[in-house]
Design a protein around this ligand. Structure first.
Ligand SMILES: *Cc1c(COP(=O)(O)O)cnc(C)c1O
Length: 213
């Protein structure tokens, strides 16, 4: 934990940024409460999970003990899980199609809960990966805002495995800038320093904290 924190701070300073401009999302997927509790004890408050069901099984007890936690959904969202996602998560990082935007808007109206929403962009246009295509991102963000009345607070991206990550981080940053989107969730255990250099406001780090999955 201390080492990851130190690496984030160093990468931020090297990029002439303040370490507190970069939020660490500790990705706890597949790990149980016994592994998560020490990370909370060490002072971390922001966690990421990729499955709604798994998160809803393990987080209520942790949250009862630590009410100030912030939970991010970083995995694909099905529209039939929109109710659970809006009720449970503080940030939903994987908004990527109109069906989801519509379902989230309906749940937000119904519940009065307002999780922060990020649009996931498939910067590498990988067929198996979730996310809106880069060339469709502007129109999708506009539709989220104007048709569904959603506030889009950030963008999230996962560069293709085995490629240089920097062009993907730079592209995500450009899309965010031209759409007036503030948060940039990019960078994982293998490349978070590079992501910070290219403007990440949130890095999602799993295995470097919890160990291999
Ligand atoms: C698992 C996961 C991470 C964390 O990956 P590590 O390489 O373990 O740091 C980050 N983002 C998403 C979307 C993930 O699914």
């Amino acid at each position: 934990m201390a080492e990851v924190r130190e690496r984030i701070a160093r990468a931020a300073r090297d990029a002439d940024r303040k370490p507190d401009e970069v939020a660490l999302v500790c990705v706890s997927k597949t790990y149980g409460a016994d592994a998560i509790e020490p990370v909370i004890e060490a002072g971390e408050r922001v966690f990421g999970e990729n499955r709604v069901q798994e998160a809803m099984e393990k987080w209520p007890a942790l949250r009862a003990r630590h009410p100030d936690l912030e939970l991010h959904l970083i995995g694909p969202l099905q529209s039939n899980k929109a109710h659970e996602a809006v009720s449970f998560f503080d940030v939903i990082e994987t908004v990527d199609r109109e069906k989801i935007a519509r379902a989230l808007a309906a749940e937000i109206r119904k519940t009065g809960r307002h999780p922060r929403l990020y649009v996931q962009v498939n910067t590498g246009a990988e067929p198996q990966k979730a996310g809106v295509l880069p060339e469709e991102a502007d129109a999708f963000i506009k539709a989220c805002r104007e048709i569904y009345g959603l506030e889009i607070a950030g963008l999230m991206g996962i560069p293709p495995v085995g490629q240089q990550a920097s062009p993907h981080f730079a592209l995500l940053n450009q899309i965010a800038k031209r759409n007036g989107v503030g948060a940039l969730s990019m960078g994982m255990s293998g490349d978070f320093e590079l992501a910070i250099q290219l403007g990440a406001t949130h890095v999602r780090v799993g295995s470097a904290i919890f160990g291999p999955r």
